[in-house]
Ligand binder design. Structure first.
Ligand code: SAM
Length: 260
């Protein structure tokens, strides 16, 4: 099956659509934003249950059809826009429910993180391999900067597996549904976010390399303890993929305090 422009693999299994809406816990006292409504399989169910529904669709043809089908409902609002650029700060206290366009899924999720104070919860379907990364724990193959970034800001839970047959046209890969619930406070205390994410990105730059190689930019702060190279008490012979969020916070807070 050739790759779909705009990630247009439409969900055709009604029972999975119902399950996604159920898992999202959509209720009549909360607005919902749906990204990429497509032909409206989730849209119809969301409209039945949400206080109001705003959908963001980039494709003009699909937007026209959606407006024809749902436009008379006063709780429905269609925005023809690029979800990668949309200002999600114009609404508050809403949840996001989406079968995301896969080519843009991680970029949209990262963008939504910036608007986390507006969003109560996100329930999104995306490539299984990306959900593997979002939920990965230290010491596992899929653990990387995306896992750390999302888990720092959100409670991340995989809630459903969806096979290729549930879509038309059928994609090459399986999908998973994940819920991301923004935390009131980030999971660990970090004194300077820029330093924190600089260190994380550097630590995972070459996944097979030891930290002492990936963190060369902070070499002037390395220390030697019992023949080991350390930074903030962390053994730099380790690889980035073994470090917990707490370990990254320890490194970053140490580096930040020594830069002052
Ligand atoms: N929700 C529908 C479903 O479950 O069948 C469609 C999902 S389909 C995987 C992704 C949808 O996102 C398509 O309707 C596509 O046109 C739309 N889309 C793709 N890129 C987009 C973007 N940058 N901004 C907004 N919508 C986009």
């Amino acid at each position: 099956m050739k790759k779909q422009p705009l990630g247009q693999n439409f969900l055709i299994d009604e029972s999975i659509a119902r399950e996604i809406v159920r898992l999202a816990g959509v209720s009549s006292d909360r607005p919902v934003v749906e990204i990429g409504p497509g032909k409206g399989i989730l849209t119809e169910l969301l409209l039945e249950q949400a206080e109001s529904l705003t959908v963001i669709e980039i494709d003009t043809k699909l937007s026209l059809a959606l407006n024809r089908r749902f436009g008379s409902n006063k709780n429905f609002r269609l925005i023809e826009a690029d979800a990668l650029k949309y200002d999600y700060g114009t609404l508050a206290g809403y949840q996001v429910v989406s079968n995301l366009p896969y080519y843009a899924a991680t970029h949209i999720l990262k963008r939504l993180i910036h608007y986390r104070s507006h969003i109560v919860r996100k329930t999104v379907m995306l490539q299984k391999e990306v959900v593997d990364r979002l939920t990965a724990q230290p010491g596992t193959r899929d653990y990387g900067s995306l896992s750390v970034f999302m888990q720092f800001h959100c409670e991340v839970e995989r809630v459903l597996e969806v096979g290729k047959d549930a879509f038309s046209p059928k994609p090459k890969i399986d999908s998973s549904v994940v819920t991301l619930t923004p935390l009131a406070q980030p999971r660990v205390k970090v004194d300077n976010l820029k330093t924190f994410f600089n260190i994380i990105n550097a630590a995972f730059l070459h996944k097979r390399k030891m930290l002492k190689n990936n963190l060369k930019g902070w070499e002037n702060m390395f220390s030697k303890e019992n023949g080991r190279t350390e930074l903030a008490g962390i053994d730099l012979n380790r690889r980035g993929e073994t470090l917990s969020l707490e370990d990254f916070a320890t490194l970053s807070n140490h580096v930040h305090s020594h830069n002052d």
